[in-house]
Design a protein around this ligand. Structure first.
Ligand code: NCD
Length: 346
């Protein structure tokens, strides 16, 4: 009997592997810095690993990572991503430490690289980093000895968000390939959009971008190879998934929009606009939502279409998968004579 409080409503169609994995290591990367460049079989592998952790409050023995240290280094505000990484690490048995940037020496002028060096000296096993500058995660990865997971770097990438979105879609729709997916709103400033465009097109979905011209990168169509719509009604017509983005006001230096009211009028997801999408359309939003700006409350809360809460739930499973995959070489078969303190170090 399932627990009636369980959130998970997806999983209607079981997933069967679509991509052949080469022999050997299915994910031969030290870090997870972005989705761009990953092979479909690597993405599928991470999603399959995550699937094992859905509803898992305590990881099974083979995936446990007791004694490993995970540092969450967040230079930007975050609620769900930080909590989700912390919970994921704890469910794997890791010792998780979250770094409060506001109270740290960074405010006293320490640079990102000084911070990296200081943290590296404490010998963490995984560093999860969020930073306002694109490329910050890569910079850190070059300076530290442990695995780095990018939890969002500026406008660049947010790979675990795209993975959790993909897991949610796959569980609800049974596939990603061939789906019509509209990504709508502030594409220009969104790392969520960028990671999702890479992931969804790599996995064979047909992605369309929907945004006002001021919130689209120049030549978006050429850069991403996806159709671009500036009229939302056209962009979401017949879509299987409508993925809304938050207006990233903190990244806007200038006037990109006449007003939020006008943005909602033309680009806000309302029940009327949603009626143009497929009958069984899935509505998604990475959060935090600006209700009445990019999405109407009635649409966000309509559980017959909205997967927003499920996205949060999948976030923990995806992060457990990423953490366990990137640290799997640090777990050695039990050895009575092993020196506990020399574990997995170079
Ligand atoms: C996103 C982020 O921070 O990039 N949120 C998240 O990770 N849950 C999207 C956003 O802030 O709009």
């Amino acid at each position: 009997m399932g627990d009636p409080r369980e959130l998970t409503s997806g999983g209607t169609a079981p997933h069967r592997p679509r991509y052949t994995r080469p022999a050997g290591d299915p994910f031969a990367h030290r870090h997870l810095l972005g989705i761009e460049g990953l092979h479909p079989f690597e993405i599928e592998f991470l999603l399959d690993e995550a699937e094992r952790f859905v509803r898992c409050r305590r990881a099974p023995a083979a995936s446990r990572r007791e004694g490993l240290t995970q540092i969450n280094l967040f230079f930007e505000a975050s609620t769900r991503t930080l909590m989700s990484f912390e919970i994921a690490g704890k469910r794997l048995g890791m010792d998780t430490v979250s770094f409060a940037v506001a109270a740290s020496s960074i405010k006293k002028g320490e640079t990102l690289l000084d911070t990296a060096q200081t943290l590296n000296a404490m010998r963490p096993d995984v560093l999860v980093v969020r930073h306002g500058s694109s490329g910050a995660a890569l910079l850190l990865a070059r300076k530290v000895n442990c695995a780095v997971i990018n939890a969002g770097d500026g406008r660049h990438e947010h790979p675990t968000q795209a993975l959790l979105d993909a897991l949610t879609i796959r569980r609800r729709k049974g596939r990603i390939e061939g789906l019509e997916i509209a990504i709508c709103g502030d594409i220009l400033h969104s790392r969520v959009a960028r990671s999702n465009i890479h992931l969804l097109t790599t996995m064979g979905a047909r992605v369309r971008l929907v945004a006002p011209p001021t919130l689209l990168p120049n030549d978006a169509q050429d850069i991403f190879g996806t159709p671009v719509f500036t009229r939302m009604e056209e962009g979401i017509e017949g879509a299987d998934v409508v993925m809304m983005l938050r207006l990233q006001k903190e990244r806007m230096a200038g006037a990109y929009l006449p007003s939020e009211k006008e943005f909602f009028h033309f680009y806000g997801l309302t029940a009327e606009k949603l009626a143009l999408a497929a009958d069984d359309v899935l509505v998604m939003h990475p959060g935090p939502m600006n209700r009445g700006v990019e999405i109407a409350t009635a649409v966000a809360d309509d559980l017959s279409h909205s997967a927003i809460e499920e996205q949060v739930e999948m976030g923990v499973a995806v992060r457990m998968a990423c953490l366990s995959v990137l640290t799997r070489h640090l777990v050695e078969p039990a050895d009575e004579n092993a020196d506990e303190c020399s574990r997995g170090r170079e």
